[in-house]
Design a protein. Structure first.
Length: 294
């Protein structure tokens, strides 16, 4: 997705906040923020990708704070918090079959993005299960995805945030029931609170398919930020299933050649506009639709 005026302060404020939360002294934080703003001014360009700008700014934060994984503790808490949700979800779907079971797991996978172990008023497992029961989705093409999975052989699943990855594991388990070859893609290096390759392996994703590292800390999958070999591997799939806003932003900036299904909660107005939903709404739809057979 190309940067909008709203994106510029949004990305910068997140990066400045990361410096504030670092272990630097007060004086060092001021110096680091000044350097970040100077660097940020150089990378923000009209027509540039939000993905590239966010990644370059985060790399600068890691360099200035001398911390390669600023969200390490937050991710650990996220994984722990999501275990309760995973337990509730498994109990919920144990009595379900077919498409109803599939969609229920998908809904939990989407809404798990709301898990916030760091905020006193954050959404917890009970609230997410409530959202699953409500079954409210602004754009819902889950039935199309379910049917299409019976027609493909090679599927790539792209992970997003740490907490929701525990629920994504249940989703991947469900996908493994289809007659498909599955690839699961995770960050090669830390970016914000996203799941890394090593973390995905610890969770057990490699048991259900080929676990692939992006070899990069890029928030999204675009040329110049991720090795071309990885991009070719992903684009060779019959179907791509991509979690989260960052992957959506990446694929709207450079659309994949393969059919691509997006699952996300639109947390800001620019993304909501492109996804054709309202801010705060969930969406599960084909960003790149399968070509009709002649």
């Amino acid at each position: 997705m190309k940067i909008t005026p709203q994106c510029i302060p949004c990305i910068l404020n997140v990066r400045l906040g990361e410096i504030l939360k670092s272990n630097l002294s007060e004086e060092e934080k001021i110096k680091a923020q000044k350097k970040l703003i100077k660097r940020y001014n150089k990378v923000v360009k009209r027509g540039e990708s939000t993905v590239k700008i966010a990644t370059l700014a985060f790399r600068e934060v890691k360099k200035l704070t001398k911390d390669e994984d600023p969200y390490f503790n937050f991710k650990k808490k996220s994984y722990e918090a999501s275990e309760a949700l995973a337990k509730k979800l498994r109990k919920e779907v144990a009595k379900l079959n077919g498409y109803k079971r599939f969609r229920t797991i998908m809904l939990a996978s989407v809404y798990a993005n709301f898990l916030d172990p760091g905020a006193p008023l954050g959404v917890g497992p009970d609230e997410i299960i409530k959202k699953v029961h409500e079954r409210k989705v602004a754009r819902d093409e889950s039935r199309d995805l379910y049917d299409y999975l019976t027609k493909v052989k090679d599927v790539t699943f792209i992970l997003d945030n740490a907490g929701e990855a525990v629920i994504d594991l249940i989703f991947v388990e469900e996908l493994a029931h289809f007659n498909i070859k599955l690839k699961i893609v995770a960050k090669g290096k830390p970016y914000q609170n996203d799941t890394t390759y090593e973390e995905a392996r610890q969770l057990g994703f490699h048991k259900y398919g080929e676990l692939v590292s992006t070899k990069s800390d890029s928030v999204g999958l675009i040329r110049g930020m991720v090795p071309q070999k990885i991009l070719r591997l992903i684009n060779s799939s019959d179907l791509i299933i991509a979690k989260g806003m960052a992957n959506f932003e990446s694929f709207t900036y450079e659309k994949p050649k393969s059919p691509t299904f997006s699952l996300l909660v639109a947390k800001c107005e620019p993304v909501a506009k492109v996804a054709d939903v309202k801010p705060g709404e969930a969406a599960m739809f084909f960003l790149v639709r399968p070509r009709a057979k002649r």
